[in-house]
Design a protein around this ligand. Structure first.
Ligand code: CTP
Ligand code: CA
Length: 226
């Protein structure tokens, strides 16, 4: 390996990463969302660029600043994100789905701000499209990574998602653990492939998690056995 290859192990690769929490509108001033901050996905985008990749960042709701030198595509709802990802997936070598996509959205979006009236109100919700599952069905050469945010039975659910969605890696985190998950700068993750646990990482910054994850992916793409 030359120095160039060592410092830029993702040179020549196109990486698409999704980040943040989707917003599902109820009316023009109200929506359903989740606690995702976008920090993990943005860290992946920044580190991937450092490692030489050409990066496309598909961002839902987040407070993170747009990183320099990275193409950012806004996709606020699960449906917007589905369209943005599907449109671009053929070109990607690596797809990482760090976004927290809503599982349900309001069946109807009111065109005007809703007025209060009755004492009770139910909101009817319908399932959104599973973007990662679709990617898993359609993928050809792409290396696909999913995230699994769990509150219990992390190993079981993570490996189940890996298989169901046909990912190459799944990155699992227990979002109830201190120093992990939504909104904080650190994470505690386990990375699985179809053979089982690849690596269990101690608590580290999301930047460090991104670095380790992307190094593992680079090794796999280079045909390494790590
Ligand atoms: N995901 C997705 N589209 C959805 C829901 C989830 O692409 N509509 C992706 C997420 O971006 C993540 C992975 O699927 O990479 C796992 O998301 P998660 O919410 O943990 O899993 P679900 O399959 O939605 O299962 P559940 O929420 O019931 O645990
Ligand atoms: Ca979900």
């Amino acid at each position: 390996n030359t120095n160039q290859e060592i410092s830029k192990p993702l040179a020549g690769k196109k990486l698409m990463v999704t980040a943040g929490g989707t917003i599902e509108r109820i009316d023009p001033v109200r929506y359903i969302t989740n606690d995702s901050s976008g920090k993990m996905g943005f860290a992946i985008a920044r580190v991937a660029k450092e490692l030489g990749a050409t990066v496309q960042l598909i961002a839902a709701n987040t407070n993170e600043a747009p990183p320099e030198g990275i193409e950012v595509i806004q996709a606020m709802s699960a449906q917007d994100m589905y369209d943005a990802v599907l449109e671009r997936m053929d070109d990607a070598d690596i797809i990482i789905k760090a976004a927290a996509v809503a599982d349900y959205r309001p069946v109807k979006q009111a065109p005007h701000k809703m007025k209060k009236s009755s004492e009770r109100l139910s909101l009817e919700l319908e399932r959104t499209e599973d973007i990662l599952q679709k990617i898993g069905e359609l993928k050809k050469h792409q290396f696909v990574v999913g995230f699994a945010a769990e509150t219990h039975d992390v190993d079981y659910y993570a490996q189940d998602k890996l298989k169901r969605k046909n990912c190459d890696f799944i990155v699992a985190n227990d979002v109830t653990a201190e120093g992990a998950g939504f909104g904080v700068d650190t994470n505690i993750v386990k990375i699985y492939d179809h053979q089982g646990l690849v690596e269990q990482l101690p608590q580290m910054t999301k930047e460090q998690v991104a670095h380790r994850l992307l190094s593992l992916i680079a090794d796999r793409l280079a045909g390494g056995s790590i």
